[in-house]
Design a protein around this ligand. Structure first.
Ligand code: H2P
Length: 821
């Protein structure tokens, strides 16, 4: 890679401040400085970006299109700088101009184009694809507003719009030359094509112009820059001007409105997604644009559409982009005139699907009425796919109509997107071993029995470049000092740290770094929450999307119990603990929002109670997002991964904590199982029902939380406090819905997430955590071993598996021509 020339770089920054803002660096605001530095960095990136695409063209590479409604990339500048290995030169240049790089990086809004794990996984995958040199496009939506900004007022979550583009995004490049039209509504008519053959055409539709914006995805120190292409919608007035001629003014206005609304908001991971028309529009919008463009790009260099699967693979990130299947069929059949069977066989070689959850609320189903009205031609095609798929089911299970009921794509007035994705894909993967087994043996059992060859596992991973190298520079430098820097691109090497777990001095150094990171987080908490926390206490952290199955409620109920114990016996031997939460609840998910209120209310009472001498602190970090996550992971001692077994498909936070030397307190769920496999049960705290036990209870319905309530007085005390006003200034109803959900059920069974059932076992595990932490040497050893065993959980490993086993991609090396000055 070409060296960054510091002096030239400085000139570049000054020049951008001048042309963009007509200011000198001294006069520029922090935001303007951020823009100027970013443009200077982009200058370097663009050379590599162009060189990468030239190489791809010359070598006619196969490309994966990672289709995802979410890419939670966070901030770009810091990450690009470390991947350019430009940290030293750029930091010096910035400082010599009288600026501070941390302050500059802090000016960048997070690109919060995702809800949680699914979107962040997509961002980690892009980082790995570029770093490994695999040709890829990320394809998504340029939401005008990202995930809402969470403000806590009076303990309640308030959602504020995240106008992340308001100052402009210095890294994006608009590509109007690749804009395409996307059509909605109208009807399908049979017309003659130029050769007199019958052809289906959509008429009287509304349409929008999909316009791509490209963002660079910079590989680590290898000149490879892939593209994250996010689509924006613009009104097409030139296409349908005749509507004005006909006086159809209404329709033209509707088109304008459609364009305006389509990319406005990112949908929250609600537990009632059903039937949101705009969401289906968003899905078809970005899928149609991406697939049209992928086909057009392929046809620019090739003449046989039948071989497109040799150069293109569509990876469907969850069911959200599943209309890809029907859209691709539409293009092959309607636009290229292929016979159905041939088109289907090509589609089957091009599409692959990843399932990220077994929560039924997330398996998308669309009402037939909506689907057929909005996407009339796509609906016809989906119907034909369904008709043929049913024949296949009947041939596999003659006479067994229950299989058709369970597996059909269209049934009961709904289009089932997961079924469509499975029927059309050559690969169906889960995201952790346990999750894939549950898919095969429970959720998707019928599909697995009929098509076992499609199913495979790809355990998730995370990028160590953001979550260690960038997020935890102290530990990153220490690791490099001990074992060299190979871990940055080959995390398996981190295993070599293992020998230092037995070395007293190394353990001390390691724990001292943890301490400094805790001081950094304590400072952040003081600044943002006004709460003083003790960096010598155990930092016990649960950060993730708020959902009942993730059981933040179990955590806070246990804190209420601990507090009761301390109140009963203020002098009890108790190791000080700081419980840290970070979570957004989707705006329409009332119970989740109530749990946030409970956490804050409990925190208010406990944090202000002088009797307990600061032995417990409860902190809710507002607006949890990628940028503050980096600080939080680095400072954690205990990683709370306490989902109801079987419900968390994988988890990726668990991996980020492990990499940063926190010990897992968790259930045998998702990738926790594989973490424990790597690190050993003795270096983690495992509790609770197994997934088999949970599934058995769910199937035979024997569990009654009242039995536990009746015999366990500690649990009863905590439950009572939910409804006696203890944490709600006397408002007895504030947490009654939570109470009901645990004991009486409130829409569904009581305690569907087995919180009371697992309570004791969790409390015991927490006691083990405390005992273990008191043994300083033992803890340091376990924490260091966790870091050293995290090699498997890099997204580089995950992407190697996808690339070899699903996508069949070849690695590329890229040279950037030297400047010829
Ligand atoms: C989901 C799953 C996680 C998984 C992640 C990525 C949907 O993320 O629930 O278990 O690790 O996808 O595969 P999340 O809950 O964080 O939104």
């Amino acid at each position: 890679m070409n060296e960054i020339n510091k002096e030239e770089f400085k000139k570049d920054i000054e020049n951008y401040a001048k042309v963009l803002f007509r200011k000198s660096i001294k006069e520029a605001s922090d935001q303007e400085k951020f823009q100027a530095v970013s443009y200077a960095v982009k200058d370097i990136v663009v050379d590599q970006w162009m060189a990468t695409h030239k190489t791809y063209e010359e070598q006619d590479v196969k490309t994966v299109y990672y289709l995802s409604m979410e890419f939670l990339t966070g901030r770009a500048l810091g990450n690009i700088i470390i991947n350019l290995k430009g940290n030293k030169a750029i930091k010096e240049a910035v400082e010599e101009l009288g600026m501070n790089l941390d302050v500059i990086e802090d000016q960048e809004p997070d690109a919060a184009l995702g809800n949680g794990g699914l979107g962040r996984l997509a961002a980690c995958f892009l980082d790995s694809l570029s770093t490994l040199g695999y040709p890829a496009y990320g394809c998504g939506i340029r939401y005008k507003y990202g995930m809402f900004k969470q403000v806590i007022e009076n303990g309640y979550q308030i959602e504020k719009p995240d106008d992340w583009l308001k100052n402009g995004n210095p890294f994006e490049i608009k590509r109007p030359e690749y804009a395409v039209e996307v059509k909605f509504g109208g009807y399908v008519a049979m017309r003659k094509d130029e050769f007199g053959r019958d052809k289906f055409v959509q008429e009287n539709y509304q349409s929008v112009l999909a316009v791509p914006y490209d963002l660079p995805v910079v590989g680590y120190n290898n000149n490879v820059v892939n593209t994250l292409r996010i689509w924006d919608a613009e009104a097409i007035d030139t296409f349908n001007l005749d509507s004005f001629d006909k006086g159809d003014y209404q329709k033209a206005v509707e088109q304008q409105n459609l364009a305006r609304t389509i990319c406005e908001v990112l949908y929250p991971n609600d537990n009632h997604m059903a039937g949101k028309e705009l969401r289906l529009k968003q899905q078809y919008f970005f899928v149609s644009a991406s697939v049209q463009r992928a086909v057009a790009k392929y046809m620019e260099k090739h003449d046989d559409i039948r071989k497109i699967y040799e150069k293109v693979c569509f990876q469907l990130n969850d069911t959200h982009p599943t209309v890809t299947v029907s859209e691709f069929m539409r293009i092959l059949v309607d636009d290229y005139g292929l016979e159905w069977d041939e088109a289907w066989s090509i589609t089957n070689k091009t599409c692959a699907y990843t399932n990220h959850t077994i929560m039924s609320e997330a398996l998308e189903k669309w009402p037939l009425e909506l689907f057929s009205r909005l996407l009339p031609r796509i609906y016809q095609i989906t119907e034909e796919i369904n008709r043929r798929f049913i024949l296949q089911i009947q041939a596999a299970y003659p006479g067994d109509n229950s299989k058709v009921e369970k597996m059909a794509i269209i049934y009961d007035g709904q289009v089932k997107m997961a079924h469509l994705a499975i029927a059309a894909s050559f690969s169906v993967n889960g995201v952790a071993k346990l999750h894939t087994e549950i898919l095969k043996n429970q959720e998707l059992k019928d599909f697995y029995q009929m098509m076992p060859e499609k199913f495979n596992n790809k355990t998730n991973g995370i990028t160590q470049r953001r979550f260690l190298l960038h997020g935890n520079p102290l530990l990153a430098d220490w690791v490099t000092k001990k074992i060299g820097d190979d871990w940055i691109t080959n995390l398996a090497h981190i295993n070599e740290l293992g020998i230092y777990a037995d070395d007293e001095l190394s353990r001390k150094e390691f724990m001292n770094i943890k301490y400094q990171n805790k001081v950094r987080l304590a400072k952040y908490i003081k600044e943002h929450n006004g709460v003083e926390v003790n960096p010598r206490s155990i930092f016990d952290v649960q950060v993730k999307r708020l959902h009942e199955y993730k059981r933040q409620l179990l955590n806070i109920l246990h804190i209420m119990y601990l507090y009761n114990e301390l109140k009963k016996n203020p002098e009890m031997d108790f190791y000080p603990r700081t419980f840290i939460f970070g979570a957004k609840a989707s705006a329409g998910y009332h119970r989740a929002k109530s749990i946030i209120k409970l956490i804050n209310s409990v925190g208010d009472v406990i944090n202000n109670d002088k009797d307990i001498h600061d032995k417990i602190k409860v902190v809710f970090i507002e607006n949890y997002r990628v940028s503050n996550a980096e600080i939080i992971f680095a400072a954690a001692d205990v990683s709370e991964q306490i989902s109801t077994a079987s419900k968390e498909a994988s988890g990726t936070g668990n991996m980020k904590f492990m990499l940063n030397g926190a010990l897992t307190l968790g259930t045998m769920d998702g990738a926790n199982v594989e973490i424990v496999d790597e690190v050993g049960k003795e270096n983690a705290f495992i509790f609770g029902l197994s997934s088999d036990e949970v599934i058995a209870y769910e199937q035979n319905g024997q569990y009654n939380p009242r039995d536990i309530y009746n015999i366990d007085s500690d649990i009863r005390a905590v439950m009572t406090q939910l409804v006696d006003g203890t944490y709600a200034s006397g408002n007895l109803d504030e947490f009654r819905d939570i109470y009901n959900s645990l004991l009486d059920g409130n829409g569904g069974r009581p305690d569907m997430y087995f919180i009371l059932k697992d309570f004791r076992s969790y409390a015991d595990a927490q006691k083990r955590v405390e005992a273990a932490y008191r043994d300083e040497e033992g803890w340091a050893k376990s924490a260091l071993l966790n870091v050293s065993k995290s090699g498997k959980f890099t997204s580089d490993r995950t992407i190697e598996e996808y690339a070899k086993e699903i996508w069949h991609l070849e690695k590329v090396t890229v040279e950037v021509p030297e400047d010829d000055e």
